[in-house]
Design a protein around this ligand. Structure first.
Ligand SMILES: [Zn+2]
Length: 246
């Protein structure tokens, strides 16, 4: 289709490539086309087959970053499709739109798009060369990480950083800089990473979400999140900046 390139809708691509209706076109990476299909609830694990079957968490680190992101995209889109079969306004069945990633109610035109939940994740540093990391109540290992929280309607990302930091550890920050982002499909987050500078306040954890938080020096870091995570990328970036060049 070179020269006349255009995106194929699910139906059209499905007809061309012989896929089942209901399968989702995810897109193409290099020469490989990716699709998402729902396994029946009672499917058998094909352990002698060349396919790899596993849930998304168990595949983290086993697939390449790119493939894992594609798997995350597949999971989120299939779950969104499953959970929006009916119109939230009138209760009638929705229909998948042919050319747009959306479900639509043919009765009243209500449309629903795949859900994304933006969340900020922030590394707080201070002028004495330490950074603030917190321990989350839900973790069963003694790990410390950057602080994170969901964006609420009406907030700018900077507003969320200020609010979450103050709620979770009681300190004030300033000079918020964007770092980078990472899709995180549990269940549908988009993590937006920031670095911020401490301005005032002693650490006072909320005790609900964060059960401990401390200032750490590069040389006495606690257990930190594994590679691949944006939390770890934020910490590694901070280490690169504060560690003296040896
Ligand atoms: Zn409706």
């Amino acid at each position: 289709m070179e020269g006349t390139g255009r995106a194929l809708g699910d139906e059209e691509a499905g007809a061309l490539l012989g896929r089942e209706p209901g399968d989702l076109v995810l897109g193409r990476l290099g020469e490989v086309h990716y699709w998402a299909s729902r396994l029946p609830d009672d499917h058998d694990e094909p352990d002698a087959s060349p396919q790899q079957v596993g849930d998304l968490r168990s595949l983290h680190g086993l697939l390449s970053d790119e493939e894992w992101n594609i798997a995350g995209r597949a999971t989120q889109l299939l779950e969104w499709q499953r959970d929006h079969q009916f119109c939230g306004r009138c209760g009638r069945p929705n229909e998948a739109m042919p050319d747009t990633r959306a479900m639509r109610c043919p009765h009243d035109g209500t449309m629903v798009f795949p859900r994304l939940s933006p969340a900020v994740i922030v590394l707080i540093e201070r002028a004495d060369g330490r950074c603030l990391l917190g321990r989350n109540r839900g973790w069963d290992i003694p790990m410390y990480s950057t602080l994170a929280g969901f964006v609420e309607p009406g907030e700018s990302l900077e507003d969320t950083v200020h609010r979450e930091v103050f709620e979770e550890v009681g300190v004030r920050v300033d000079n918020i800089r964007y770092f980078g982002s990472q899709p995180w499909p549990f269940p549908n987050s988009l993590m937006l990473g920031f670095v911020a500078e401490w301005t005032e306040g002693e650490i006072k954890v909320d005790g609900e979400e964060v059960i401990d938080a401390q200032w750490f020096s590069p040389n006495d870091l606690p257990m930190i999140p594994p590679r691949l995570s944006i939390a770890r990328q934020l910490i590694d970036d901070w280490l690169d900046r504060v560690r003296p060049i040896s």
